[in-house]
Write a protein that binds this ligand. Structure first.
Ligand code: RB5
Length: 147
């Protein structure tokens, strides 16, 4: 699995935590910034990473900002992206099993690095269940294609 990760200035610490988790897991990843102490705009990071996941360059994407909300809103504008904003381990597993989410967003002003690590671990390890859930995702893809 190849993962693209990015954050704005509000998510730098969790981004580093998740990179160290992926190092331990032996997961290949690339870090797309930000290289920042100062304020940056989350769409400038969410959209390029989402496009890289949507075009198949990366299998999954992880985005962190202050709340995770801006990153998830922006990423979900890209066709083919199912970005889940997650702040608990149950939802991390469920969104992989049921939604086949290909991107994960978290907020560093909402949760700490320890919980973020547990969430990312569950999200990276959990497989999609397919079946009736694939049918439901198909309805979202059909809608995207019809636009
Ligand atoms: C930045 O101040 C903050 O708005 C951003 O990190 C994020 O929370 C937006 O949704």
């Amino acid at each position: 699995m190849k993962v693209a990760i990015a954050s704005d200035h509000g998510g730098v610490n969790i981004r580093e935590e998740i990179k160290s988790l992926m190092d331990e897991m032996g997961i290949q990843y690339d870090d797309f910034g930000c290289e920042c102490d100062t304020s940056v705009d989350y769409p400038d990071f969410a959209l390029p990473v989402a496009q890289k996941v949507a075009n198949g360059e990366y299998d999954r994407g992880i985005l962190i900002c202050g709340t995770g909300i801006g990153m998830s809103i922006a990423a979900n504008k890209v066709n083919g992206i199912r970005c889940a904003l997650v702040h608990d381990v149950f939802s991390a597993k469920a969104t992989r099993q049921h939604n086949d989410s290909n991107m994960l967003a978290m907020g560093e002003r909402v949760i700490g690095p320890g919980l973020a690590r547990e969430i990312a671990l569950a999200w990276l390890e959990t497989e999609f269940e397919g079946g009736r859930h694939a049918n439901r995702i198909g309805k979202i893809s059909d809608y995207e294609k019809s636009k």
